[in-house]
Design a binder for this molecule. Structure first.
Ligand SMILES: [Zn+2]
Length: 459
């Protein structure tokens, strides 16, 4: 089928897809919100706080989460149908106009009980998922299910009220649209004073805990650059993430898995076994599933706090940080198998989650403080290569902690050797990029080997 004409597309949208015509705004033209600060100096920063909703607030939020999911799925259905049946593409603005129609329809009039800008954000989110798919950086958007997807609702400035508490600087009275009482937020840290948040995100994790994520635009001073003693080379550090230690640095420092994590991991493995014994669809199975979810939430918290201190120190002390790219395949592989194999996969899944958290923190901290994060291609043989003579050895089993290079005889600690290789490869990539950067301009905050094309292959 060919692409239809503009007039025909308009008719299809109006008559068959329920997308209303664009409303003509009278008077003043819409002007996008503009920040008064220079964009190079301010960064978005998210502060997350726990809050305890009243029963009414919880019920209202439940309804909001459900409505966001429904609108997301309906928007997805509309876009898919428009294209598959009529070869018409429907964008964000049109899904918003369709939303107006859904709210008027008697069958879905309950949508009116949920704040309109919050529902629009769900469609914005869907649009983002499509953009990532078209750019090739994401999968085709899937419908959100109550079971699998996270409960979340995004409140832009028009959907919440924020009044700073003069008694307690850095905290505020915050009320959400369609709610009368302010939220009972535990302000575990102070927010920058005098800042109206850009947006709020309300989430409920699988353990049933409510969180308020506050996005603020903040001025963050870049740190002075750090160079190697006597030279002009940036001080660099290579990070290897593994199962034996959480992170190993090229100077031999190791960040151990916290004891608590090991304990939780064991407990998790036990619960996973229990889950597989329970009958599918049974109440007991659901209970075990909930306990697993709570444990995952705890593990996430412990790891986030631990990595937060660690990454802050690393970013302060180094100009350049080098890591290996996240092997996404591992993250998506379902945990199947029996006994030892399943346990190994579980540890791998937990290590992968640590990896993505580490990458996430390093990315934003490098951007804030004027550092460079180099992400080395995951096909780079960081473990097998001898860091002393660069001879590529045979594949090493996970159990091998130390090995001797057959070419030069150097004894290597598996993880330290990998970290050194990463640091050196990162430095090479950094110079390749630096040589192409015009003089006087700043090095990018993230260099990703897989985005350099053939450039990085020319050794
Ligand atoms: Zn060697």
């Amino acid at each position: 089928m060919d692409q239809v004409t503009v007039e025909e597309a308009g008719r299809i949208k109006r008559e068959l897809l329920g997308v209303g015509d664009r409303v003509k705004h009278q008077g003043r033209k819409a002007v996008p919100l503009q920040s008064t600060k220079s964009p190079t100096e301010s960064h978005h920063r998210v502060y997350r706080f726990r809050f305890y909703p009243t029963p009414e607030q919880e019920a209202q939020l439940n309804q909001t989460f459900g409505a966001c999911r429904w609108v997301y799925n309906e928007g997805l259905g509309l876009r898919v149908k428009a294209w598959e049946q009529y070869r018409v593409s429907v964008g964000f603005a049109e899904t918003c106009r369709a939303l107006t129609g859904w709210k008027r329809s008697p069958r879905t009039s309950w949508l009116r009980e949920v704040s309109a800008p919050v529902l629009q954000q769900a469609l914005r989110h869907l649009d983002g998922a499509f953009s990532r798919f078209f750019k090739g950086s994401g999968k085709y958007p899937k419908p959100k299910s109550k079971r699998r997807s996270r409960d979340a609702a995004v409140y832009v400035r028009t959907a919440f009220r924020w009044v700073e508490d003069p008694e307690r600087p850095g905290t505020a009275r915050v009320s959400l649209a369609k709610q009368s009482a302010p939220l009972d937020v535990r302000w575990s840290r102070a927010l920058p004073a005098g800042e109206l948040p850009v947006r709020l995100t309300v989430t409920r994790d699988r353990a049933g805990r409510f969180f308020l994520s506050v996005l603020v635009e903040e001025r963050i001073a870049r740190l002075p650059e750090v160079f190697l003693p006597g030279g002009t080379s940036p001080k660099a550090v290579g990070l290897d993430l593994g199962l034996a230690s959480l992170v190993t640095l090229d100077d031999g420092e190791k960040l151990a898995h916290p004891r608590l994590l090991r304990k939780y991991e064991k407990k998790l493995a036990g619960l996973q076994r229990e889950l597989h014994r329970k009958e599918r669809g049974s109440k007991n199975r659901e209970k075990v599933r909930e306990r697993i979810a709570r444990l995952y939430a705890l593990i996430g918290d412990v790891r986030r706090d631990l990595l937060d201190q660690f990454t802050t120190r690393l970013v302060r002390e180094n100009q350049m940080l080098v890591v290996e790219d996240l092997p996404i395949g591992n993250l998506l592989r379902p945990a199947v198998g029996k006994g030892r194999r399943r346990k190994a996969q579980l540890s791998q899944a937990i290590a992968d989650a640590g990896w993505s958290e580490l990458l996430r923190q390093l990315k934003y901290k490098c951007e804030w403080y004027g550092r460079t994060l180099v992400i080395v291609d995951r096909f780079f043989p960081s473990t097998r290569r001898c860091s002393a003579c660069h001879t590529k050895g045979p594949r090493l089993d996970v159990s091998v902690r130390e090995w001797t290079c057959t070419a030069c005889g150097v004894l290597h600690d598996r993880d330290v050797n990998a970290a050194v290789n990463l640091r050196d490869e990162g430095m090479r990539l950094y110079w390749l990029v630096a040589m192409r950067t015009p003089p006087g301009s700043v090095a990018p905050s993230v260099i990703r080997a897989s985005e350099l094309g053939d450039l990085h292959l020319a050794a």
